[in-house]
Design a protein around this ligand. Structure first.
Ligand code: WTA
Length: 645
């Protein structure tokens, strides 16, 4: 498979970019010609950002799994689609060829059908990083069910909320998952999430850890039994098939919940055609994928990065995608490099937080490892600091591999701003140039485009995008108005990203971080309001305020100011109790790193918490806290400063 739309030079990038902006319809139609359609589109694009309404390839019919699997069977049946590396390095690697993937996805689609799943039904997937997770995702896409993958680190309560929001009737899970030295009892968490649930009809359980599980009669079934039964239905005379459901271009493909600045996560909805094009186009261009390369995205499929760059983008491009079950520091901090050496990985794509944590172990874990197969290094999820960038460049890429700093969001489907590996220049800690079709603009608080440069020629503002690209979110599940107010109402006729950014005179962008109340903890998005709600659930907590502060490894840490009444042991045991509450309500990833007990919170006369002040104190600023004259009770601030953790 060659990629006629692969950009090969800086000149071509500029030419393609220009064409994509001036003639978006013909530009994207020519890219779309490289995909398999059951029926071609009537019109390429129809949009307005006021409702918002965004339709790409209206009238077209397709199934994304025919693009990700079937179309490769003629030439790549025996080539690996996935290479799976288990948590425990002593366990056997699994290689899933395109033919095997086709068989398993057809089988699992049949399992879903046998269990009553129909087009448009919501299927929640809560599994560890095993190939079966990819079969489940693709099996849903095959029959047109909408998958909602939930990261294995979320608590029962978080799952229950997401099940309810999506009105999901089906769940696919594992008995347990291995992550480093830990076994996580996934099915047991699902059981807790289902207490009181009235919508879920069926839970399909894949055996991974052989942890004891409770299987409820009439509701819970084993993956293995179901797959065996389904095989007889999909295989005839050695030929496997399962019809791929005909989907409209704009039918939902999946829901993925993500945090925003309100207390409740939103179900971001992506649709079939636009998402397929965008993940494939960016995969081929940003990573400069060459057929035969082995692509290793270290993310979990529970996050958007795993959806787009482990599953859909690579498979649609006919690539070989590494899938790793474990964590970078187990059994030791050389695990990524062992995997690179063992499988001759050509591209590794990871988060700055992982790089920083591995940096802390020094270079010993890298010594003696052959990393010469690497051609491209990538980062995603948060701003990368220059120190980590250079460490990655020198120790992993040996100064020979371009580093791509890819900026994007759950809502954008795939990369929007990134250099193209080896084709457009990189600049440490800058995401650099927009992808074709992406028109960024920096605005001030009133939505006016910023024009005033600082003495270095840099513009600074809130990052918005002027027009839709194929992978933009279409709605938030069950609540379109929420989508409008969250992304399209802050500044009229612009998509607002929630991020701040700089732009230099060459047109490069540097993302400086969120400008709303969203934290980025180890590359994971968590809303401050969400954490506050969880803390406030703890008995004895009167009120709380949560802010981020700079953290050496995680990028940002969670700092909570808590007004607590009541007695239960000393402050430290109360901190542990509050942390446990947060773990139960959201999951361990949202546990505050620091909890400071305070008597009051700095509020304006209208009762609004002045987070700006709390943020400064958490960051260690004790001098200038800015204007505090509008505070109801300025004394509170002095007391908070003294008690800083
Ligand atoms: C941040 C992850 C700086 C940003 C794909 C964004 C980044 C949020 C970068 C989305 C980057 C992601 N440089 N910041 N290269 N990539 N971010 O939805 O704040 O989990 O808004 O998507 O991560 O996080 P999400």
């Amino acid at each position: 498979m060659s990629y006629p739309y692969q950009i090969k030079s800086l000149e071509q990038y500029h030419a393609d970019y220009k064409r994509s902006v001036e003639e978006p319809e013909s530009f994207w139609a020519s890219v779309a010609e490289n995909f398999v359609w059951k029926k071609k589109w009537d019109r390429v694009l129809d949009w307005n950002f006021t409702e918002p309404k965004i339709e790409w390839f209206g009238g077209a019919k397709l199934n994304i799994t025919e693009n990700c699997i079937d179309r490769h069977l003629a030439t790549k049946a025996d080539k690996p689609a996935f290479i799976w590396e288990p948590n425990n390095p002593e366990e056997r690697t699994r290689v899933v060829t395109y033919a095997r993937l086709h068989k398993r996805v057809c089988q699992f689609a049949q399992v879903l059908k046998n269990n009553g799943v129909k087009k448009g039904d919501r299927v929640c997937i809560y599994m560890g990083m095993v190939p079966e997770l990819a079969y489940a995702v693709l099996g849903c896409a095959r029959i047109g069910a909408i998958h909602s993958v939930i990261f294995g680190g979320f608590s029962a309560q978080s799952i229950a909320d997401r099940l309810y929001d999506a009105q999901a009737e089906y769940i696919v899970t594992c008995d347990g998952a291995y992550r480093g030295g830990k076994d996580i009892p996934l099915k047991s968490v699902i059981d807790d999430a289902l207490i009181g649930n009235r919508t879920v009809k069926r839970v399909i359980v894949y055996t991974r850890t052989r942890t004891p599980v409770s299987m409820i009669k009439g509701r819970d079934v084993w993956w293995e039994d179901e797959m065996e039964y389904a095989l007889e239905q999909v295989e005839k005379d050695g030929v496997v098939s399962f019809p791929a459901e005909e989907m409209d271009a704009e039918d939902p493909l999946f829901i993925l919940y993500t945090s925003g600045s309100t207390g409740k996560p939103k179900g971001v909805v992506h649709t079939c055609a636009g998402y397929m094009l965008w993940t494939t186009y960016t995969f081929v261009n940003v990573f400069q994928y060459q057929p035969g390369d082995i692509h290793f995205c270290t993310a979990d499929i529970g996050w958007v990065t795993g959806h787009s760059y482990i599953v859909y983008g690579p498979l649609s491009a006919g690539a070989t995608s590494m899938m790793f079950e474990g964590i970078p520091t187990w059994p030791d901090a050389g695990r990524f490099w062992d995997i690179v050496e063992k499988h001759k990985v050509n591209c590794i794509y990871t988060a700055p937080t992982a790089i920083r944590s591995l940096m802390n172990f020094g270079t010993d874990p890298i010594k003696g490892k052959d990393l010469s197969s690497l051609k491209v290094l990538g980062t995603v999820g948060e701003p990368i600091n220059e120190e980590a960038w250079h460490w990655y460049d020198e120790n992993i890429g040996k100064k020979k591999c371009p580093i791509i700093d890819t900026w994007w969001q759950t809502e954008t489907g795939a990369c929007l701003i990134s250099n193209l590996a080896g084709v457009t220049p990189s600049k440490p800690s800058w995401a650099t140039l927009p992808m074709p079709g992406v028109q960024p603009v920096l605005v001030d608080e009133n939505g006016k485009e910023v024009t005033e440069k600082d003495e270095n020629g840099i513009l600074k503002g809130n990052l918005c995008i002027k027009a839709p690209w194929p992978g933009i979110l279409r709605t938030t599940y069950g609540d379109h108005e929420r989508c409008r107010t969250n992304y399209f109402a802050t500044y009229p006729n612009l998509y607002f990203t929630g991020d701040g950014a700089l732009k230099d005179e060459q047109g490069n962008y540097r993302i400086t971080g969120r400008v709303d109340d969203v934290l980025n903890i180890s590359g994971h998005r968590i809303g401050t309001a969400e954490v506050e709600n969880a803390i406030n659930m703890h008995s004895g907590v009167v009120e709380s305020a949560v802010v981020g502060y700079p953290h050496d490894i995680k990028g940002q840490g969670i700092y909570a100011y808590v007004i607590y009444q009541g007695h239960h042991g000393d402050e430290n045991s109360t901190r542990l109790d509050i942390n446990l509450t947060v773990s139960k309500i959201i999951g361990p990833i949202a546990k505050p790193d620091k909890i400071q007990f305070v008597k009051g919170l700095p509020k304006t006369r209208s009762g609004k918490i002045m987070r700006r002040i709390l943020r400064k104190i958490a960051e260690g600023e004790t001098g200038n806290l800015g204007d505090t004259s509008t505070l109801l009770d300025p004394e509170v601030v002095e007391e908070i400063k003294v008690g800083r953790q």
